[in-house]
Design a protein around this ligand. Structure first.
Ligand SMILES: Nc1nc2c(c(=O)[nH]1)N[C@H]1C(S)=C(S)[C@@H](COP(=O)(O)O)O[C@H]1N2
Ligand SMILES: [Mo]
Length: 261
């Protein structure tokens, strides 16, 4: 008997698979495009990805492939000189929302006097940085929009050190692929080098002219108006320059890694 290829396991929730795939595809291709419409069936998706979609593991690997494909397209489309929109102070969202994988009262309290930012990986100077040393570096400000995948966005005013300047200061290998961040909570994420060097990518020490409050990520966060909220780590305690893919807290649970906004 000839087995039908791609016979569907009746336990597969086709609607939710399509919803996940559509969410991934929408990051790079508006769904109104004929191409996207054509692949919005399981058959179309398996043709696009070359995956035989028969069970949950094969669905996961198909979604994973779409996501990796998106990373490639987004990295290719990323223009390292194109600036995200900036806004006037009167347009700031007040209060700026808090968001994390826990509630505001559980945000980690970091002792700023004892704090040292640890540096590792492909860098010439691995000395740990005290907060006061970071404040002595040239400071810039931006009023930009933060976009969260949970369906809200908000405009905030952020101050700190241009991250490209900091990377050069520590003698980072600027040809490395990734910067990985560890946070004082259990959060972690990583970014591509072109985004790390983007002129609006900022090692952020202040919010609205004041020392970064606990809820927004004291002692420092990385602010990138070119990336979605979950790519912007708060409470950074260490960073590593590396060529080994580091993943991230949400990325490892299926969020798209490049995460462009
Ligand atoms: N350390 C840490 N950073 C984090 C998160 C987190 O839970 N922990 N959540 C991310 C998400 S999903 C969003 S939307 C923003 C929220 O930042 P805000 O609290 O300043 O609005 O932080 C990002 N960075
Ligand atoms: Mo978010």
């Amino acid at each position: 008997m000839i087995k039908k290829p791609n016979r569907l396991n009746p336990e597969l929730d086709v609607a939710s698979i399509l919803k996940d795939a559509r969410r991934e595809l929408n990051l790079t291709m508006p769904s109104r495009r004929l191409f996207a419409k054509r692949v919005l069936t399981l058959g179309g998706l398996s043709m696009l990805t070359g995956c035989n979609i028969t069970d949950q593991p094969s669905v996961n690997s198909m979604l994973e492939r779409i996501s990796r494909y998106n990373d490639g397209v987004q990295a290719w489309l990323f223009d390292p000189t194109r600036l995200a929109p900036t806004y006037s102070a009167s347009m700031m969202t007040r209060p700026f929302p808090f968001n994390a994988f826990y509630s505001e009262s559980e945000a980690p309290e970091v002792d700023g006097d004892a704090f040292e930012l640890e540096i590792s990986g492909l860098v010439a100077d691995k000395h740990a940085w005290k907060l006061s040393e970071l404040h002595q570096l040239p400071q810039v400000e931006q009023i930009t929009r933060h976009i969260c995948v949970e369906g809200w966005s908000a405009i905030g005013r952020w101050g700190g050190v241009p991250f490209a300047y900091f990377l050069k200061q520590i003698g980072a290998d600027l040809s490395a692929k990734y910067i990985a961040f560890q946070c004082a909570d259990d959060y972690y994420t990583s970014i591509d080098m072109p985004t790390a060097l983007h002129p609006q990518t900022q090692l952020t020490l202040t919010y609205d002219g004041e020392i970064l409050p606990t809820k927004y990520g004291f002692p420092m966060k990385l602010r990138m108006p070119t990336k979605l909220g979950y790519k912007n780590p708060k409470h950074i305690v260490s960073l590593e320059v590396t060529n080994t893919y580091p993943g991230g807290y949400w990325e490892d649970q299926g969020y798209n890694w490049f995460g462009g906004s």
